[in-house]
Design a protein around this ligand. Sequence first.
Ligand code: ZN
Length: 112
Amino acid sequence: MWYEHAAEQATDNERRMHEAYRSRQKWKAALVEAVLGHEPKGTGGCTCGASESPCTSVRIVDATNRGITREIERLGGLSRRALEAELYGDDPWRINLILDDDPAAGRSAPAA
Ligand SMILES: [Zn+2]
């Protein structure tokens, strides 16, 4: 009896841990994607249209948590494929357009 209760509790704790991890990953991905959309333009300013770079949006994230800024900088240095894997690799519902972009023709072609 006590064993069944302990097993149920452990399963419930594991489920909550996975939910918390997924939630964290979604927040992380959203923040990273938003910040990576702000890049210095060659002519000055930010790609968001601000006249300075880093713009206010990036400076707010940096002022809030420098560690997050450093992590976003690290992620920004990855290839798009590596970034997708890191941000969405554990999300079974996401369709990886980069890895799944083989031509449709030939995939289901009948064997000759
Ligand atoms: Zn910007």
